[in-house]
Write a protein that binds this ligand. Structure first.
Ligand code: PAF
Length: 325
């Protein structure tokens, strides 16, 4: 039987179909093939507007007749000892609503035993040096766990496009690299970070913040914006996204030194707040290898920050473009 094209559910039918078993999900995929127009958005659930914007981007990319799968799976392999695996929010009913409203066709939410059907995998992906610094330094093995589950979910969902948030910049970089280095037949698409009106990047972990902690957490984005704007001031001739030298409208900056100094100053001030911001790292990296940029760097860079507020660890970043002097 030749595969049917995927069709959106008709009136009265559910907007999104939930599968928890690989066999049922696989049968649905086989039935509703949409050649060249299959997208996946991988998540650990607790869906918020940031995930919704990824799902909308996936829908826009594959069109109304394409297939958009959202995976919801809290992957134990990427949590270290003492991390928040147990307390990570599980909100499947609400996730289904968000996924449906944003235009997903399928939610695939398998239990651990379905994904790791033969137990904890003894053969895993290795992120290598790209996964050892920054997030990887405070979370050893984290990116190996991420890549292992992403590789598995790519095999299970067989997408043409896989969407990931730019907020997890190092994760996006290692996933891109895995797809490139190991010839995964998929286009990895990064989608912009979604922010609250005051600048706080949306994150499933924001729900752990008390009001005073949230106020301290705001200094993450403020520091990043300060760095970006200081870089711009250092090069007024390259000021602004309207400058044709900046692909994708990225803020065009000139001086890594000015960017780092301004961001660092804002973070230092935040260390004196109550509750304080406990900085883990501030980094200005080349996203292709996730290594610190040199002073004469040209092209894309990511200004990234990680810090703890209370017991909650938060990350954020902005993308920049260093124009030739
Ligand atoms: O970004 C996440 O939510 C997770 O790291 C991912 C990519 C779904 C893998 O578990």
């Amino acid at each position: 039987m030749s595969p049917k094209l995927w069709r959106k559910a008709g009136p009265g039918e559910p907007d999104v179909e939930l599968f928890t078993s690989r066999a049922d999900f696989d049968a649905a995929l086989a039935q509703f093939a949409a050649p060249g127009r299959v997208a996946v958005v991988m998540t650990m659930g607790a869906l918020h507007d940031g995930h919704a914007s990824l799902i909308r981007a996936a829908r826009a990319r594959v069109g109304a007749k394409g297939l958009v799968t959202v995976t919801v799976f809290v992957n134990p392999l990427q949590f270290g000892a003492g991390e928040d695996l147990e307390r990570y929010p599980r909100t499947l009913d609400a996730d289904l609503e968000v996924a449906a409203a944003a235009g997903a066709d399928i939610v695939f939410a398998p239990p651990v035993g379905e994904v790791y059907a033969s137990g904890e995998p003894s053969v895993r992906m290795a992120a290598g040096p790209m996964g050892e610094g920054y997030e990887g330094a405070s979370r050893p093995g984290h990116f190996d766990g991420v890549l292992t589950v992403v590789a598995k979910l790519l095999h299970l969902t067989r997408p043409d496009f896989a969407f990931f948030g730019e907020k997890d910049a190092q994760q996006l970089a290692v996933i891109r690299r895995m797809a490139l280095d190991l010839d995964f037949p998929v286009e990895i698409v990064g989608a912009p970070t979604v922010r609250e009106a005051d600048g706080l990047a949306l994150s499933s972990r924001n729900r752990y913040l008390s009001a005073p902690e949230r106020s301290t957490a705001l200094t993450l984005s403020r520091a990043l914006f300060a760095g970006r704007d200081a870089g711009r001031q250092a090069a007024p001739e390259h000021s602004g996204p309207e400058n044709p030298g900046s692909p994708g409208g990225l803020p065009l900056v000139a001086s890594p030194e000015a960017v780092r100094t301004a961001a660092r100053a804002a973070l230092d001030e935040a260390a004196a707040l109550e509750p304080p911001l406990a900085l883990d790292y501030l980094a200005l990296v080349d996203p292709s290898g996730f290594t610190e940029v040199a002073d004469d760097h040209t092209g894309e860079a990511v200004l990234a920050v990680a810090a703890k507020v209370g017991t909650t660890r938060l990350i954020d970043n902005v993308r920049l473009w260093f124009g030739a002097a």
